[in-house]
Design a protein around this ligand. Structure first.
Ligand SMILES: [Zn+2]
Length: 54
C-alpha cells in the first residue's frame, strides 16, 4: 500500500520584519493577515506561499 497524503499539523511562519518564528496557526494561514507577537508588525501571507519541509 502507498499513502498519497501527508498531514501537516505544525505550521510555522517567519516574521518578515524581526525573523522570529510564529507558531500556533490553526488551519492554512495563507492568504491571511497576522500581527507578529514579538514586534507587533502586521504582515500578510501570500495565498500561494510555498510550504517548505524542514
Ligand atoms: Zn516580528
Amino acid at each position: 500500500m502507498e499513502v498519497t497524503e501527508v498531514i501537516a499539523t505544525n505550521v510555522v511562519v517567519e516574521c518578515p520584519n524581526c525573523k522570529q518564528r510564529l507558531s500556533g496557526f490553526y488551519g492554512d494561514p495563507r492568504g491571511h493577515q497576522f500581527t507578529c507577537e514579538f514586534c507587533t508588525q502586521v504582515f500578510s501571507i501570500h495565498s500561494e506561499a510555498d510550504i517548505e519541509m524542514r
